[in-house]
Ligand binder design. Sequence first.
Ligand code: ADP
Length: 673
Amino acid sequence: MSQHYFNKILIANRGEIACRVIRTARKLGISTVAVYSDADKNALHVSMADEAIHIGGAPSRDSYLVYERVIDAAKKTGAEAIHPGYGFLSENAEFCKACKDNGIVFIGPPVAAIEAMGSKSAAKTIMEKAAVPLVPGYHGDDQSRDVLKQAADDMGYPVLLKAVAGGGGKGMRQVWSESEFDEALAAAKREANNSFGNDDMLVEKYLTQPRHVEIQVFCDQHGNAVYLFERDCSVQRRHQKVIEEAPAPGMTEALRTAMGAAAIRSAQAINYEGAGTVEFLLDSDGSFYFMEMNTRLQVEHPVTEMITRQDLVEWQLRVAAGEVLPATQQALSLTGHAFEARIYAEDPDNDFLPATGSLSFLQPPQNSTHVRVDTGVLQGDEVSVYYDPMIAKLIVWDENRDKALQRLTKALKEYRISGITTNIDFLYNLANSQPFRDADLDTGFIEKHHEAIFHAGAADLEKELPLASLYLILEQQQQARKKRAQSHDANSPWFDANGWRLNEAPGHRFQLQIHQQVYTVVAEQLGTGSNSRYAITVNGKTVLAQGQLQGTELSATIDGHQLRASVAAYEGSYSLYTQHSALSFSEVKPDLGDTDTGTDSGGLNAPMNGTMVALLVEADAAVKKDDALLVMEAMKMEHTIRAPADGKVIEFYYQAGQLVDGGAELVNFEVVE
Ligand code: ADP
């Protein structure tokens, strides 16, 4: 490509998406301007850009959301266009308008298109006119209880009440029978009022096992429109996407064409320009219904790039510069299969509570034609309370779903992060589960297959606890052998890890921590030398184990069952990967009085910027360890904060409804010994 579409653009975002946009701009010879907050002075996106402008304090409302500062930065640096990324200002009609007013190109749709999709009922009215199928329902102006109730009775239960101004799954209630209607309506209205200051409702038929299938569309300023096929984003936790894939499993050519055409009708109904996504619910009978249109580039756009071999950011830049679309519908084809897994700093075992802390060790899998890691962080960076805790997107491609899935699990296995709790084991277990392999997808996938994914089952631990124990024993011996080899006194018993203890039978006793649980392991060595066997007693069960450790590869025989595992180790924390599962554990070292209890467990500080939703106990009332104390909402999700020990709350520092800064202390808690 010889042409420069713009000489210089500003990226009004941070993290992986800012880095992603900069990569394409560089490829096209376009200069880039980054903006950054106090917390992001040394961030990767800042160092990647040609120039960077400081725009304010760490909380996004003091920096990334202050659009006047973003526009000033563009003017100051002579940027001709602004790429908003996703989130932050990307769907803010006022910002889009301010760009225009200042002679800056907004790399996105026109103001009117953003506005048209702002209200769920107005959007449904537009789509109805454009003959786009809608979930059967009522989205009229008459908001009286009787009209809403009649609509629900007529369509039959279950129904879903949805806030017209809603977003992020808020102001939404399922109603399973007529008798629940009034209570659900009151609750949905209350929540909508609190969140959006508008309690208007629409009523929809509630689909019980839908898939979330969305279509990527692109329109230029010359009336051309294409769709770049679909993505299946059914695997969600609390309506937030976890793993996305393209194409959608089981998609027929006829359905793809019908959904593509409907998506284009949606976009054209609002005179769309640029990249957009039309989200549909796909029912088990092949019916599909418009849900909403996102007027920006989506987080999960890379899976589309992988199967179409197109650079969607390049498309955005070309369209924004007034060019015609880079390809016609006929010229577009899809090849192979791609997955994206979102790697988050969060604790899946604790309600996906966001985690914060330092990425003390970070080793992503190698990039290749099959593996792509989109990230905005480097080893040593902080995941702070201020922003979305996504660490990276892991994207894989291969010629079919099975092969791509194998790439995904392999890459997850190779993804090594220490210093912070992540969802990698959870993703690995999810991707490896039989229902996911079978592509048995719907939006209730995670709840439905909770057991298989969360791996809390005692049966799994029964195998893994001895395996993890054996690993630690063999690793200790390996270390001791190394030390002995380096030592002048090769026979010194101080370097002998063969269970050597003064006045004791040869044995090992140590403690393993898995999630919050500590297990005491007693291992008795039978025989000596490298072929020793061990009687390992843990969690009330004794097994006979024997094994070999070579580097990170463990081959073991446990009660006659031969197993292989790889182990990633970093500073006393380990991840053990077998063919079917992943397990993170650490060795509990004896308390020497200065133990660091860790900062990533959520504790009694706000996990991130958010709002207090509810206080669940009375001040001064006795509570038990792990009792729920309060609910906070952050990043579109509710998080329950639990008692760290038996004790009582002396004082809550925030009341329901109050804004809370990330990191702020939430309660004064007294531990009762
Ligand atoms: P929000 O804008 O608040 O995120 P959406 O309308 O996009 O709300 O819906 C979010 C999620 O809720 C969807 O991805 C889907 O999982 C579920 N959902 C929405 N509408 C329905 C429906 N009519 N039936 C079943 N599930 C639905």
